[in-house]
Design a protein around this ligand. Structure first.
Ligand SMILES: Cc1cc2nc3c(=O)[nH]c(=O)nc-3n(C[C@H](O)[C@H](O)[C@H](O)COP(=O)(O)OP(=O)(O)OC[C@H]3O[C@@H](n4cnc5c(N)ncnc54)[C@H](O)[C@@H]3O)c2cc1C
Length: 366
């Protein structure tokens, strides 16, 4: 089967890699270069129990996290590249009594489940993280969580996909789609047209611009996120630290990521002084030691969000050979392995994964 994957972010690259690994003939193209959309800005946190505000998301997130060890092992092996991926746990930190009460309540809820966790009083939390602010009033440790360095992952996915035979084209945009004899005809910005058996739309925040039904574009819009990369002189933290106002991710290269803003400002990908100031301030409130760090860069990305904040993964009702893989909002990195599996199961094995019930684009009439 010939498949075109449109969009080479973490989602498109994971889908292309999975499809080629299972025997499809795959092309992938991107209006920019691979990974230059939202995926270059992602912190790469893998924390479904923190991010899981709805039971549906929690189900998807936990399942995808369960695929991660094997996913990274395969991508590393096939690309020959190391990927900074560590399940070092998240430490959710409270900075006042109300927040500590919330964490204790969450811990009590987990007591009745299989979710491994530990509620820590301030002194015990500081034994685990000596750099924590003295104002910390409690913390919740979830050891199974972790992070993956998103830029390294996308690069390794692209290399692994190429090695297995995916043809990757940069700076080529899909302008329009048509159906022709049960195949998808794709009109490209360079003026040419290609035809494939199936097409995967992994176009992130720009998904509404590649409409299958002209009158009904995908209901996906951009939400800007800004994130800082700091260089620390001393080891910064042993866990991913999460507070109500920010998170901090200590990478193995000695830098730390501090994120992130959540801004509804359309397709504006510029960074702002106000965001830098805000993130530095809230990060120091949790981990005062970062005051001596150097600011290396500010990363900005547009998270693709759908109205119910769940991704759209599955076939279009109108054209079943066009598969959506978009709308992953704050968790595209976490959900990439599961998304790739759902798409490949559907296209190549004709198998409808149970998760399609949650992600089907038909819930929006697509
Ligand atoms: C600051 C920040 C922090 C984040 N932190 C995390 C985190 O900790 N954990 C996590 O899981 N997620 C995180 N995310 C979310 C994550 O980055 C996104 O969910 C994910 O990157 C979406 O991947 P994607 O491949 O769908 O989109 P993108 O990476 O945006 O890729 C879409 C690609 O499609 C291309 N494209 C669009 N239209 C066309 C067209 N017509 N023709 C050709 N190409 C096209 C674009 O050029 C782009 O490269 C974060 C995001 C931000 C901004």
């Amino acid at each position: 089967m010939q498949v075109l994957v449109v969009g080479a972010g973490v989602v498109g690259c994971a889908v292309a890699y999975e499809l080629v690994a299972r025997g499809a003939e795959v092309q992938m193209l991107d209006a920019r270069r691979a990974g230059e959309g939202a995926s270059q800005a992602a912190a790469g946190i893998l924390a479904p129990y923190i991010e899981g505000h709805s039971p549906e998301f929690l189900q998807l997130g936990v399942q995808s996290l369960g695929l991660y060890d094997a996913f990274i092992e395969r991508v590393s092996r096939d690309s020959g590249l190391p990927i900074d991926y560590r399940r070092i746990g998240t430490l959710e930190v409270a900075l006042n009594e109300e927040q500590a009460h919330h964490l204790r309540t969450t811990a009590e809820k987990y007591n009745a489940t299989h979710v491994e966790h530990q509620y820590l009083e301030p002194a015990a939390a500081r034994v685990l993280e000596p750099g924590l602010a003295p104002t910390a009033t409690g913390a919740l440790l979830i050891p199974n969580h972790g992070y993956v360095q998103s830029r390294a992952l996308v690069h390794a996915l692209e290399v692994a996909a190429r090695q297995k035979g995916v043809s990757v084209k940069s700076t080529v945009k899909v302008e329009a789609l048509q159906q022709r004899h049960n195949r998808v005809q794709v009109h490209l910005s360079e003026g040419s047209t290609i035809e494939v058996d199936a097409l995967v739309l992994a176009t992130g925040s720009w998904s509404a611009r590649v409409a299958v039904k002209q009158a009904m574009p995908a209901p996906v819009k951009p939400i800007r996120g800004q994130l800082l990369n700091l260089v620390c002189n001393t080891p910064s933290a042993a866990h991913v630290i999460w507070s109500p106002d920010c998170y901090l991710v200590p990478l193995q290269d000695g830098t730390i990521l501090v994120g992130a803003t959540v801004e509804d400002v359309g397709f504006d990908e510029r960074s702002t002084a106000a965001a830098v100031q805000h993130l530095l301030q809230v990060a120091q409130a949790v981990l005062p030691t970062i005051k001596d760090a150097r600011l290396r860069d500010v990363r900005v990305g547009l998270r693709p969000v759908s109205p119910d904040e769940l991704p759209l993964v599955g076939p279009s009702c109108e054209w079943p050979n066009v598969i959506y893989a978009t709308g992953h909002y704050r968790n595209g990195v976490l959900l990439a392995p599961l998304t790739a599996k759902i798409v490949a199961d559907f296209l190549l094995e004709n198998a409808k994964a149970p998760e399609l019930m949650l992600t089907t684009p038909s819930r929006f009439g697509l």
